[in-house]
Write a protein of this length. Structure first.
Length: 106
């Protein structure tokens, strides 16, 4: 599957880039170029048209051993309103449909 890239903002003016490894309605696993400490609040911009903007908290941060995107982050989504939850549900549903179609075409 084609990589879906994202930008992560945290702390004061700190940024990391990465791509989605796995995503659900509750959170995201991403490969990133920077380590972000556990329990750090983050803002995620998933690069699509238009960008999907989400807030979350880092629940895990693990080294991926000398890879370009050297860290695997686990981020739990924090929804401030129902609109954000609906947006991510729609996005995840679209990804699941693409995966299913790809598997059927085999």
């Amino acid at each position: 599957m084609k990589k879906i890239y994202l930008d992560i903002r945290y702390a004061k003016d700190c940024k990391a880039r990465g791509y989605i490894l796995d995503i659900s309605r509750l959170g995201i696993a991403s490969a990133t170029c920077g380590k972000i400490a556990k329990n750090t609040a983050v803002e995620i911009a998933i690069r699509q048209n238009p960008p999907l903007l989400l807030k979350g908290r880092v629940v895990s941060s693990v080294s991926r051993h000398k890879r370009r995107y050297g860290y695997r982050l686990g981020i739990k989504f924090l929804f401030s309103n129902k609109s954000s939850a609906r947006q991510i549900a729609k996005f995840v549903s679209a990804i699941e449909k693409r995966k299913k179609l790809r598997l059927e075409l085999g």
